[in-house]
Design a protein around this ligand. Structure first.
Ligand code: ADP
Length: 491
């Protein structure tokens, strides 16, 4: 039962309420009799004085029993519990109203009497109860004087009720009964309100804890959904906690996905690398072995051919390894780019010039369309050159003899768009989806020389320039690759 936070709060509240009400009840029980005595004494403060002024209770140093009886009769009608005593100036009891044998003391102590008669007396003042050897009770007292002489005192014990227990007090007092009933009802109402409020306030804690549990059960892959108020913009500590949890869970999901992705990529990379390296390596080994074993049986032309093929395979290996390193260093987040302002037109011209001979050898018409306006970009010139070379190389490689390849620049708003298109077989929609993945090669091109890493490198370079490269899928109509770079502001 106490495992839930709202129940704990409820029990704590109940406990505090009970402590508070116990203290209050204790105070009432302790002070109520004192208060009643004080009230009784305050109401009858002048009672003895008034009687003494009216009746001559001592005449010639003797108690006037007749007058005393009249007083007593009068008193009995008003308050039968009142007891009257007449004492001499030292407190010795000379006459009393009680039945014979009921009075246990011969005299009363004068200290409380004197205290009562001072002007700034603090009520209640308790004096001796002549009917008991130990008890003290509230009283009213007045000196009986004959001229200037003090004949004695009229000492009235204002007995009243004494309550031996709180239950007796409760039984007899409507006021106290009402108080205790009010306390009981307040505790009940406060407990009910507290219970409902704690449930309401802690509702979000339960929601959070449920969602956290679900998140844990799904091995930290489930997307957490919390009500809008947990968006972290406002709210109390619980809302803040929810918002932090949301952010944390998003981060964890991303990290887990990234880890899984990296792990898959690593496996894929190892599989691809080992496959792509093994083929040229096996071929290289084969030719070298043949040369070693059959050296004497081979003609010099055959030897030259074998060496040539072995050399080509070693070149393929070298290209593959260097492209792998290049891609790895570009994918490394620490890759640093050296941005500078340069003319994209000039770069395109230069690269195109470099491929002129290769295109001519294959009977391909290589055209360059450059705008008349200066086309300056801010980028890493070495890397952009790498992009253009790779795209032109591919365009020439995958375009049959007699075809056309074009590199065209255009200025669109504040960007320079570069398009490289060819009249080859083009790329289908399905192939376009994978063309930029590393090691991806279109099935029909697998017998051609290539690593499948060039376009992955190109994509990464353009990404590092905060842009993107696109391929227009159009089968049998040639391939069209395009990317844009922001114009450089020329000072
Ligand atoms: P590689 O050319 O070394 O194989 P790339 O990453 O540069 O590697 O290209 C990946 C694949 O995309 C190529 O194998 C080829 O199948 C296809 N490809 C690239 N450019 C073209 C193009 N201009 N026309 C048709 N297919 C292309």
């Amino acid at each position: 039962m106490l495992s839930s936070i709202s129940n704990r709060l409820f029990v704590t509240q109940l406990f505090l309420l009970l402590i508070l009400s116990s203290v209050f009840i204790g105070m009432v029980v302790y002070t109520a009799p004192m208060f009643l005595q004080e009230l009784n004494q305050r109401l009858n403060l002048d009672l003895a004085d008034n009687i003494v002024k009216e009746k001559k209770l001592i005449i010639d140093n003797k108690v006037n029993h007749k007058a005393m009886k009249t007083v007593l009769n009068g008193m009995m009608l008003v308050n039968p519990s009142i007891e009257i005593y007449i004492t001499d100036p030292n407190g010795k009891i000379m006459a009393f109203s009680a039945p014979e044998g009921a009075v246990k003391r011969e005299s009363i102590s004068m200290a409380p009497v004197k205290e009562f008669l001072t002007t700034d007396v603090n009520l209640p003042v308790l004096g001796d109860d002549p009917r008991s050897k130990k008890m003290n009770k509230v009283f009213s007292v007045a000196p009986i004087k004959n001229g200037k002489n003090l004949d004695g005192y009229l000492y009235i014990v204002l007995a009243g009720e004494t309550y031996s227990s709180i239950f007796k007090l409760l039984e007899s007092s409507y006021l106290f009964r009402s108080w205790f009933f009010a306390i009981f009802v307040s505790i009940l109402i406060a407990s009910i309100i507290g219970f409902v409020l704690f449930r309401y306030i802690t509702r979000r804690v339960y929601l959070l804890s449920d969602e956290m549990e679900r998140f844990k059960k799904t091995d930290f892959t489930h997307h957490v959904s919390l009500p809008e108020r947990f968006d972290g913009r406002k709210g109390d500590e619980i809302d803040q906690l929810g918002s932090t949890f949301l952010q944390m869970s998003d981060r964890i999901i991303k990290q887990v996905k990234l880890l899984q992705h990296n792990d898959n990529s690593r496996r894929e990379l190892i599989a691809n690398v080992s496959h792509d390296l093994r083929t040229p390596l096996a071929s290289l080994q084969g030719y070298l072995e043949t040369l070693l074993l059959k050296n004497d049986a081979l003609t010099s032309d055959e030897i030259l051919e074998y060496i040539q093929t072995a050399y080509e395979n070693s070149q393929r290996l070298q290209k593959l390894i260097s492209e792998l390193f290049e891609l790895a260093s570009l994918e490394n987040n620490d890759a640093t780019l050296h941005f500078e302002s340069f003319s994209m037109s000039e770069l395109a011209q230069d690269v195109s010039q470099k491929f002129k001979l290769k295109a001519k050898n294959k009977g391909i018409k290589l055209e360059t369309k450059i705008p008349e306006m200066p086309a300056f970009v801010s980028a890493d010139i070495g890397l952009i050159q790498r992009v253009l070379e790779n795209l032109l190389d591919n365009a020439i490689k995958y375009t049959p003899e007699g075809g056309e390849v074009e590199i065209a620049l255009s200025i669109d708003d504040s960007t320079i768009v570069t398009v490289i298109k060819d009249s080859g077989q083009g790329i289908s929609e399905l192939e376009a989806e994978h063309i930029f993945e590393r090691f991806y090669r279109i099935e029909k091109h697998r017998d051609q020389d290539g690593s499948g890493l060039g376009l992955a490198i190109v994509k990464r370079i353009i990404q590092l320039h905060n842009s993107s490269i696109a391929v227009l899928p159009a089968e049998n109509k040639g391939a069209i690759f395009s990317f844009d770079l922001p114009c450089a502001s020329i000072a």
